[in-house]
Design a protein around this ligand. Sequence first.
Ligand code: PRP
Length: 184
Amino acid sequence: MRVPDDLERVLISGEQLQARVAELAAELEAAYSEGDRPLLVCVLKGAFVFLADLVRHIEMPHEVDFMEVASYGSGTASSGVVRILLDLERNIQGRHVVIVEDIVDSGRTLTYIVRNLRTRGPASLRVCALLTKPARRECELDVDFVGFEIPDEFVVGYGLDYAQAYRNLPFIGVLKREAYSPSP
Ligand code: PRP
């Protein structure tokens, strides 16, 4: 696919993504036994592309469910005040749950989700994130499976958006600063 003009560069190619997602699926399968039937919780919207590729590499029995949260705040940073827009269909009590996220930035969204799901009594709760930005982390948070650690740049593609655009790109790209912060 063509690289949009608003991108400064491609950070992670489609090939790199596919290879790492396959490895993550193997890491995930190794952490569970056949009878565990882990429940993968996709945090919408950003993680839908990652989840779709991830499950196609997982051969063990598992289920998927979806949750959508919104972080109050505007622009390029989340506020940490999180609201559930769509909750899980399944009762997760006694289940082995894996939260599947596209990116951990400040960590506030994930901290909220982990706390919330813990109150529901899962047998275990792990986190699988395609991308993390360690430089931006504000919350102490364990991410069990990490795809890539990335620098503090505004990234889009492979499910990640800017103003709802670019989710369709098969690679991760860095958005040009002028695309989200117009010069005065
Ligand atoms: C993104 C991402 C995480 C969150 C990470 O979601 O999917 O949920 O931000 O930021 P944090 O670590 O600073 O909390 P976004 O609010 O952009 O919604 P979307 O997934 O629907 O695009």
